[in-house]
Design a protein around this ligand. Structure first.
Ligand SMILES: [Zn+2]
Ligand SMILES: [Zn+2]
Length: 226
């Protein structure tokens, strides 16, 4: 794993994490050692960012040209930010009177219909109200003590992300996708495959038309022959 500066940064500091010397084109092709090395690179660079006055690092994976990836070789990006981004602020505001993610995970474990995979203190589940088909969450089952970048569960979360993308590939092929870490009160990884395009209803009204129920998405991914 190697970390380099983004040649075309959109922000002050933006780094590219090259996931493997092999020409893997997806996190689905990375093995456990690769994924753990990626987690370690994220951890080290987030620590460097904090030291340089960037307390929040937005870690993201884009796969496929339609999802914004300019290179096919598997990589992630680390955008160093001076403050938490609006999406994370909005989620944490919801948590003002108790952790909504803890509530969600407890409900989903009890219900089971949207569970995709579970293990090592983490769960992968189909988002209850996903914006697009197969939107998934990878999340620690227990409330984390702090940042994902200081959490021993981060390598396992990337393993589960790789597993989820392998399942997705088995069901739908190598579809373009975006994934990112929300390093808020209860950190989690969100995975949004880009099987449909965002149009005027979604972008203009914030109303997302998702043609695949999360229960159906979870069932297909659970049964995937990966
Ligand atoms: Zn929580
Ligand atoms: Zn989130």
């Amino acid at each position: 794993v190697r970390v380099v500066s983004n040649l075309y940064p959109a922000l002050d500091r933006q780094e590219v994490v090259v996931h493997s010397p092999r020409h893997a084109t997806s996190v689905a092709e990375l093995d456990v050692d690769d994924l753990h090395a990626v987690a370690e690179a994220w951890r080290l660079r987030a620590a460097a960012a904090r030291e340089e006055g960037f307390p929040y690092v937005h870690a993201l994976v884009n796969e496929g040209r339609e999802a914004g990836a300019s290179r096919s070789h598997s990589h992630s990006q680390l955008a160093w930010l001076r403050e938490r981004p609006p999406a994370v602020v909005a989620e944490d505001e919801l948590a003002a009177d108790g952790c909504r993610v803890c509530e969600l995970v407890a409900d989903e474990l009890r219900d089971g219909r949207r569970m995709v995979a579970e293990g090592g203190g983490l769960a992968a589940l189909a988002a209850y109200a996903g914006r697009l088909p197969y939107e998934l969450l990878v999340v620690p089952v227990g409330h984390p003590a702090g940042s994902a970048f200081r959490d021993d569960l981060l390598p396992g979360a990337l393993e589960l992300l790789g597993d989820a993308v392998r399942r997705l590939h088995a069901v739908e092929g190598a579809v373009p996708l975006n994934a990112w870490l929300h390093d808020g009160e209860h950190w989690h990884v969100e995975l949004v495959p880009r099987l449909t395009v965002l149009a005027g209803l979604e972008l203009g009204a914030g109303i997302y038309v998702n043609t695949l129920a999360p229960e159906e998405a979870a069932e297909r991914l659970r049964d995937a022959d990966r």
